[in-house]
Design a protein around this ligand. Structure first.
Ligand SMILES: Cc1cc2nc3c(=O)[nH]c(=O)nc-3n(C[C@H](O)[C@H](O)[C@H](O)COP(=O)(O)OP(=O)(O)OC[C@H]3O[C@@H](n4cnc5c(N)ncnc54)[C@H](O)[C@@H]3O)c2cc1C
Length: 438
């Protein structure tokens, strides 16, 4: 392979105590927390907007902050939701109602993507976080007390340095860049493109005709099973509910720019298939796509290999880890590509899983922590703790730990767990085994 050495003297422009990579649910909470503890903190995000999957993939229904009618996740994540509610950008469900097992989504909070992202901007900035949008790390090198980060931005390369780093990229991109081992399942769950349709007359849609045309289009390869929700008459659900719809995008990874590019293209091709097919259905001639997410949402990619690992067993048994930093609440939720089905395994009544600090620490790491979807766990546990409220809770814990480690100039593995927990409580988080809030 041909190589080429670039000669570039890049001056160090900024020093930070903590740099957080990725401005999704985990990264925003981590950065706000570290900055509120007085750490000089930067939040680097490759997109031009904060919020991650919630905003750019239109998965704008964070959950779950409550379990069995009690609040189990609070702190900065909850504060962001309350502020979004206060500004008129969300409605809280009635958490005192205990829904039947498969109705857990009813306790998710529908947030307006714009208001929520503006709340994130404001809260980060008033905490003193240095927002670095449209930037990505190109390389990271250890150098004594500092991690030197070569950054790519709109105008080229720049160099910053930091004492402690938090990988909240969802994909463990930073851990990989720094040479830490990762895990990935043999198969990956599908991605999803969220969209909304209108402009059609449901009363003129004949379901028998819809089925006939679907069978013809399917035989001609013009439409695929993953283009619609499971059901006897494909697309009837989509047309009946009109509002938020989604398409499964199979065979994607999403952890690299190359694979994410392929995912985005596949997702838009799928939506074009759906649009083209539906416009041929009598009643749908004027159908419009009035919203589609900017990005294909990615459910599953890499997980760090951590000092500890959340397993299916520890998760579903509600095991209280000795170094637990937060709760997590969601059923195991694996989306299968081949059958276009979802394997949902609700938790048994009263069970609330916990997440250990060790799952945020890449094995043998001194300066890097992970937060959010990419923390250490097996595939099944990951399919549950990847939800946004849990990501926010691990983000807050990583923010506390990184600020403490930077302040004391110690390894992230040597921060006293009781000190982490005390700070989390001080900043309104709920920490196991503290009782849930009624
Ligand atoms: C289709 C779908 C449905 C879902 N349903 C629900 C649900 O109902 N309820 C729920 O709570 N959760 C749901 N989730 C899960 C949840 O949205 C994600 O797991 C969660 O958002 C992960 O948070 P995160 O902060 O770890 O990562 P992300 O939300 O992925 O945020 C990562 C951020 O990092 C940025 N980034 C990535 N790489 C880099 C880099 N190299 N440099 C700089 N920035 C980078 C990204 O642009 C992004 O802003 C769903 C997910 C999907 C895809």
């Amino acid at each position: 392979m041909e190589t080429f050495r670039f000669n570039a003297d890049v001056p160090v422009t900024d020093d930070y105590d903590v740099v957080v990579f990725g401005g999704g649910p985990a990264g925003c909470t981590a950065a706000i927390q570290a900055a509120r503890m007085g750490a000089k903190t930067a939040l680097m995000e490759k997109n031009g907007i904060l919020g991650g999957t919630t905003v750019v993939a239109s998965v704008n229904f964070p959950g779950l902050f409550h379990a069995w009618t009690k609040q189990v996740i609070a702190g900065i994540g909850w504060e962001l939701i309350e502020e979004t509610v206060r500004r008129g950008g969300a409605v809280l469900p009635d958490f005192s109602v205990q829904y039947a097992h498969r109705n857990h989504p009813k306790h998710q909070i529908m947030v307006n993507r714009f208001i929520y992202s503006a709340v994130l901007d404001d809260t980060c900035q008033s905490a003193g976080v240095d927002l670095r949008l449209h930037e990505m790390p190109a390389a990271i090198q250890e150098g004594g007390n500092w991690r030197h980060i070569l950054v790519t931005g709109k105008s080229g390369l720049s160099l910053i340095r930091a004492k402690k780093l938090i990988d909240a990229t969802g994909d463990a991109n930073i851990a990989e860049m720094m040479g830490y081992p990762l895990e990935q399942g043999e198969t990956l769950q599908p991605g999803t493109l969220v969209y909304r349709i209108d402009g059609y007359r449901m009363e003129d849609v004949d379901s028998a005709q819809l089925l006939r045309q679907y069978e013809e289009a399917s035989a001609a390869g013009e439409i695929q099973t993953t283009d619609h929700s499971p059901g006897q008459i494909p697309f009837l659900k989509e047309l009946s509910r009109g509002g938020s719809n989604s398409i499964h995008i199979k065979g994607i990874d999403g952890s690299t720019s190359e694979s994410k590019t392929a995912a985005e293209v596949k997702a838009r091709q799928a939506l074009l298939r759906v649009y083209t097919f539906l416009r041929k259905i009598p009643g749908c001639e004027q159908l419009k796509i009035y919203h589609f997410a900017n990005e294909c949402g990615v459910r599953e990619t890499n997980r760090i290999v951590g000092e500890k690992k959340v397993t299916h067993e520890t998760y579903t048994s509600g095991y209280v880890w000795p170094d637990a930093v937060c709760y997590s609440f969601y059923p195991i939720d694996l989306h299968h590509v081949s059958s276009n089905t979802i394997d949902i395994r609700p938790l048994t009544e009263g069970t609330v899983p916990t997440i250990p600090y060790g799952a945020l620490v890449p094995r043998s790491s001194d300066h890097l922590l992970a937060a959010g979807r990419c923390i250490a766990g097996d595939r099944e546990a990951n399919s549950a703790y990847r939800v946004q409220a849990s990501c926010m809770a691990t983000g807050q814990a990583a923010g506390v730990a990184a600020a403490l480690a930077a302040g004391k100039n110690v390894s992230v593995r040597d921060v006293d767990i009781e000190e982490i927990r005390d700070h989390l409580v001080k900043f309104n988080a709920i920490v196991p085994p503290i009782n849930w809030r009624g």
